[in-house]
Design a protein around this ligand. Structure first.
Ligand code: MG
Length: 367
């Protein structure tokens, strides 16, 4: 099974409500879809959401990476060279982990299709279903309370609340949400790097003193500030999850060695795909640190790939794969089914995706 063409296109997926964090506001997921076409007619699918504020990868940068570095290293090669192929993708250029993730997942998809087995089965998965939280965007406290109530009415029992825009309002926001939902609903928060270390500890203490019962805090301080992160981890009453601080397996190792966080958020777009994510999961397991599987504003191609991985890693105990749940429509056929708060795996070979509707072609390289 040889790769004869690499194609990339744009897909626009409208959101139910605008996605607002301390870093950005988005009204739609505008993602790049990669198709690796083979001489047997099989197609491997990948997806890269350009998330400039987190990964630095813009749509143009993803397309440039595909055209000039990644496609040339794939064309004409046999999918059975899988191990060297996935390695060469990571070595083809520095950075642009999103473009690499799209290509890496498409290779896993093809390899599974080549041998007729789903990727989560190839990885030895012990589970076939995941339950995700859902994001509550940062807004005025009353609006966030309404959004939280709506999410609970949709069946979600774990809310990931974005905070950090005008930090003085954060406690009011969480109090409004806590009052609006049943006590059994789990609240986790994501500050997207907005606080200073001391501010973070003060806020988290005050949240727990007020009985807000926060399960964990995601990336309270700047991603590059590992000492600040460790300070919060050592002094906070709330477990700390590293997100923007951990891209590569090397980053994860550093955090683990420093004990700078209690938990690690693995995202395919930060670590270049399933191949890198497996390394982080293994490292975290060695250090006894549990992980979250997370996503950017992704459609179901990339979220499905993350779900295949997560099903096979018991060290991943928290699931934040709500991309498709935030969308107003789903252009993807095949792959896991989204049923309320659950992602349910299917037994199709590879990653199972066989079509994406509404693609606007942007480029192609062929042998
Ligand atoms: Mg985050």
């Amino acid at each position: 099974m040889k790769i004869t063409s690499v194609q990339w296109s744009r897909v626009s997926i409208p959101l139910l409500t605008p996605f607002k964090t301390a870093l950005r506001t988005a009204n739609a997921a505008e993602d790049i879809i990669v198709r690796l076409v083979t001489d047997t007619g099989e197609v491997g699918f990948g997806e890269a959401p350009p998330t400039g504020v987190i990964t630095g990868d813009t749509a143009e940068a993803v397309c440039g990476a595909l055209a000039h570095h990644l496609a040339p290293c794939l064309l004409g090669r046999d999918v059975e060279e899988f191990e060297t192929l996935t390695r060469d993708v990571q070595k083809a250029m520095v950075h642009n982990s999103s473009a690499k993730a799209a290509v890496d997942m498409a290779l896993w998809d093809l390899y599974g299709k080549r041998f007729g087995i789903p990727v989560f089965r190839m990885l030895g998965a012990a589970r076939t279903k995941l339950t995700t939280d859902i994001t509550i965007s940062v807004n005025a406290p009353e609006e966030m309370a309404r959004d939280a109530e709506k999410a609970v009415n949709r069946g979600f029992d774990c809310l990931k609340v974005k905070v950090g825009v005008n930090p003085s309002l954060d406690i009011e926001r969480l109090s409004a949400i806590r009052a609006a939902v049943p006590a059994s609903v789990v609240l986790r928060i994501d500050a997207n790097q907005a606080w200073t270390p001391r501010e973070a500890v003060r806020m988290l203490n005050s949240m727990q003193d007020k009985g807000l019962d926060i399960e964990l805090v995601e990336q309270p301080v700047k991603g590059a500030d590992l000492e600040g992160l460790r300070y919060v981890t050592e002094h906070s009453p709330v477990p700390v999850l590293a997100d923007e601080a951990v891209f590569s397996p090397e980053d994860a190792l550093k955090i683990l060695q420093l004990r700078a966080a209690d938990l690690i958020n693995i995202k395919l777009m930060k670590c270049g795909g399933i191949t890198g994510a497996l390394k982080i999961a293994t490292l975290a397991e060695l250090y006894g640190v549990e992980c979250m599987i997370g996503c950017m504003l992704e459609g179901r191609v990339a979220v499905n790939a993350a779900a295949h991985l997560a099903c096979a890693c018991s060290v991943i105990t928290k699931v934040d794969l709500d991309g498709p749940m935030l969308a107003a429509s789903d252009p993807v056929s095949g792959g896991c089914r989204c049923e309320g708060k659950d992602l349910v795996m299917t037994e199709e070979p590879g990653l199972g995706v066989y079509a994406v509707e509404g693609l606007e072609p942007l480029g192609e390289l062929r042998v």
